[in-house]
Write a protein that binds this ligand. Sequence first.
Ligand SMILES: NC(=O)c1ccc[n+]([C@@H]2O[C@H](COP(=O)([O-])OP(=O)(O)OC[C@H]3O[C@@H](n4cnc5c(N)ncnc54)[C@H](OP(=O)(O)O)[C@@H]3O)[C@@H](O)[C@H]2O)c1
Length: 323
Amino acid sequence: MSGIATKVPFLTLNDGNRMPIIGLGTYEAPPGVVENVVRVAIDAGYRHFDCADFYENEHEVGQAIRDAIRDGKVKRDELFITTKVWPNWHGKGRPTLSAKRSLKNLGLPYVDLLLIHWPTPLKQVDDNFYPTDATGQALFDNTIELIDVWKEFEQIKKDGLTRSIGVSNFNSQQIEDLIKNSSTVPVVNQVECHPYLSQEKLLNWCESRGIKLTAYSPLARSGTVEEKNTTSPLDIPVIKQLASKYGVSAAAICIKWQTQRGVSVIPKSATKERIIANIDLFNFNLTDSEVKAINDLNRDWRNNTWTQFGINKHRNWPFAIPF
Ligand SMILES: NC(=O)c1ccc[n+]([C@@H]2O[C@H](COP(=O)([O-])OP(=O)(O)OC[C@H]3O[C@@H](n4cnc5c(N)ncnc54)[C@H](OP(=O)(O)O)[C@@H]3O)[C@@H](O)[C@H]2O)c1
């Protein structure tokens, strides 16, 4: 195993499985690029990869992973692979088909974690990820209950297609409903989380239920923030000062802050130097007051509001309550 891989701590999930606290995000890592990105990441010490059918690049991610296993760089049981079921695959039997589709694309017999990608069932129209009506509004499927999707997830786990099951973009009430009406507590809730959206209330609530938070868009997707006239977290003076103090990048400070709060984190980069630097951060620790100073940057500012195509009108839109 490479030096960094041995330094990355694990989080123990409520079903006993273990997840490396840092993983590589693969959204918008385009086909033609992502295969090499994953190779670089494995060499850099990443063992946790965050994938999704929706990202339309799982065949390439899987190719790089299988090559690394074949070449003896890594063993399958050292890897933690996540994939997700998109909301147009929520109807009866469809989550299983979606999981099998991802496994076929990845070329793997099982994943480590399967997530419900969003709590907002959409109509199935030709497997279109964004089924819309003539006016461009998303078509909801209000006949589907999340608990039925979750019970199918329990079966998918029993069938051995995934080792663990969890959710993404769920609020606390939606998770509570799953817990009350099934025998499985989700292991993870994967949500947007960065210095502008510290998610402290949701984090504390999840901890009280034995659920780990995973932070997506941990760099607030860098450029997008600037487009919305907000300073990128990488340019916030407090973060830049800490980067300078520890001799690391501003991104490393944002990622390290998450790990020190017990939050797993999945930064995406397609740039070799950044891929390496984003995981090489176990030679320093932020002090408690530095962690607090970053917590204090919170403004409950959300990049991924999920208002596209009117999805904020869905009865399950997760951001209608504080957390
Ligand atoms: N569950 C969900 O609904 C959901 C939603 C969104 C994302 N995700 C997952 O979370 C992952 C990460 O989120 P994200 O892709 O939205 O955004 P992110 O990780 O916050 O930001 C990615 C951006 O930051 C840049 N970057 C990476 N490292 C950097 C560094 N050291 N210095 C400066 N810039 C750096 C990347 O550029 P380069 O690539 O050019 O280096 C890319 O433009 C995704 O890939 C996906 O796996 C999940």
